[in-house]
Write a protein that binds this ligand. Structure first.
Ligand SMILES: C[S@@+](CC[C@H](N)C(=O)[O-])C[C@H]1O[C@@H](n2cnc3c(N)ncnc32)[C@H](O)[C@@H]1O
Length: 469
């Protein structure tokens, strides 16, 4: 290892910054965030540095560097970008026994500053030892993408309970176990989702119960898994999956998604296929309750969004009635996923002022919907579970005044490698689904906006752009 990693406590400590341009300003922002007492030396400075001096936040000497500037300093940063000045600052600092960093000149520095991910008070430093700064930036971007934005809030929240927990759980090993449960559980997730008031209340009751030696309760997260591509899982869904003890999942959840769950999590399939109910809703509710009452963290994983034709509402209502903590994690629903796959904007100025998500399948076959309301032009219909009734849905819409020439797109297995997109007109929707042997799951988009789709076959199949205008 070329550099020894360390975080410096600069709070109220003197730091000399030589340079007044943008690189110096970047260093200055971080130094001030860390509470350093900064003296800057430069004949010319950016507006930002000048303003900080006027506001009394730094001491500024508008002149060239002199070795006497080092007197009384604890650390030195050189950011002039001028080779001669940088070398002089480096030499003088080393002679004075001070640690020095010269921006982009590791050979003149006794320490280097890492690329950072800042979720204050959580700070992650990344260094490639100067070998590949661009790689360090890429690593930082990857870490930025996976860490929740409120991670810092979570650390601060935990800090406020540190001494209370230490008093209640004096044994170190048990205390670590307590915090593990905390960081994996619904309280931490509430903080991360911005609901700190609820988190604080639950934490207080958890700490009090723990004081009374009660067993911690389990929880259920109802999580939308999106349309199938694991890259379309939300970060929060991933976090929930990675902390789950049990994952209860549906038919539309593929192995690529399940792979993202904690390796030792129990996986329970409760998939329902049309006419072949693997588990009834009552059985699923009972299963969720049973595992939560055993103190487990349960993830109820559903395709798309749990609250869009997903029966998520029934499960939430049941669990809350039984006093189980429930967290809700939305997912990308099939309509938006299919629209993105086909490049179809579901609403578009002048073409669609409304979009309705509707099921093509009712309890008795045909759904009980207001066809007249869906039949008006410039209104997009996103039809879920519509394959078996596609012809009848088209008849109802046309019977209520929708033009038979309205373009339609049938997107099957949206976002998955075997995705297929068929384009046609409303008048021929039934035969299109039948003749082209479209397989589910499929989402049918009906409306003028389909003409805007970015599907290669679209232009060949139909002169839609003209029809839509
Ligand atoms: C029971 S609903 C569940 C919907 C889900 N909760 C959502 O928000 O997407 C099942 C229907 O969703 C649609 N669907 C789900 N995943 C899909 C996908 N990857 N591609 C196209 N349609 C999909 C199909 O219409 C399927 O019949």
């Amino acid at each position: 290892m070329k550099y020894y990693p360390a975080f410096l406590d600069l709070s109220s400590r003197p730091v000399l910054l030589v340079g007044g341009g943008e690189p110096a300003a970047r260093k200055l922002r971080l130094l001030l965030k860390a509470g350093a007492r900064v003296t800057a030396v430069a004949p010319h400075v950016t507006g930002e540095i000048g303003n900080l001096a006027v506001a009394g936040r730094i001491t500024l000497h508008r002149r060239c560097f002199r070795p006497t500037d080092l007197e009384g300093q604890g650390l030195v940063i050189g950011a002039t970008g001028l080779a001669a000045v940088d070398a002089e600052v480096s030499r003088a600092a080393e002679a004075a026994g001070l640690s020095v960093n010269i921006v982009d000149r590791p050979e003149l520095s006794t320490f280097v500053t890492p690329a950072i991910v800042d979720r204050d008070p959580v700070v992650i430093g990344i260094s490639t030892g100067g070998a590949a700064p661009v790689l360090a930036r890429r690593i930082r971007a990857a870490i930025e993408a996976i860490l929740p934005s409120r991670l810092g809030r979570l650390a601060s929240f935990a800090e406020t309970f540190r001494s209370a927990v230490a008093a209640l759980v004096p044994d170190g090993q048990s205390r670590r176990a307590f915090w593990d449960v905390f960081f994996d559980g619904p309280i931490a997730r509430s903080v991360l989702s911005g609901d700190e008031r609820a988190a604080r209340e639950t934490m207080l009751s958890l700490v009090n119960r723990r004081g009374a030696k009660e067993v911690p309760e389990g929880s259920v997260a109802i999580v939308g898994a999106g349309p199938g591509d694991p890259d379309l899982l939300t970060l929060r869904a991933l976090t929930a999956l990675q902390s789950a003890d049990v994952v209860v999942y549906d038919r539309l959840i593929g192995p690529e998604i399940l792979d993202r769950a904690r390796r030792d999590a129990e996986r329970i399939y409760v998939g329902k296929a049309e006419g072949n109910h693997a588990a009834s809703q009552d059985e699923i509710n009972a299963l969720l309750l049973e595992h939560a009452r055993e103190g487990k963290r349960v993830v109820r994983l559903k395709g798309g969004d749990p609250f869009i034709f997903g029966r998520g509402g029934e499960e939430v209502e049941f669990l809350r009635r039984h006093g189980v903590a429930v967290e809700l994690v939305p997912g990308i629903t099939a309509a938006t996923a299919a629209a993105a796959s086909a490049g179809i904007p579901l609403t578009h100025r002048g073409l669609a002022q409304a979009v309705t998500l509707v099921t093509g399948h009712g309890a008795e076959g045909e759904p009980d919907v207001d066809w007249a309301a869906l039949a008006s032009a410039n209104h997009t219909v996103a039809l879920y579970m519509g394959l078996s009734n596609a012809g009848r849905v088209a008849e109802r819409l046309i019977g209520n005044g929708r033009a038979p020439g309205t373009p339609v797109a049938v997107v099957s297995r949206a976002s998955l490698p075997n995705q297929r997109i068929e384009i046609g007109r409303l008048g021929e929707l039934g035969s299109l689904v039948r003749d082209r042997a479209v397989e589910g799951p499929a989402l049918i988009v009906i409306g003028e906006v389909v003409a805007l789709g970015q599907v290669d076959t679209l232009v060949e199949t139909l002169p839609l752009r003209a029809a839509a205008g």
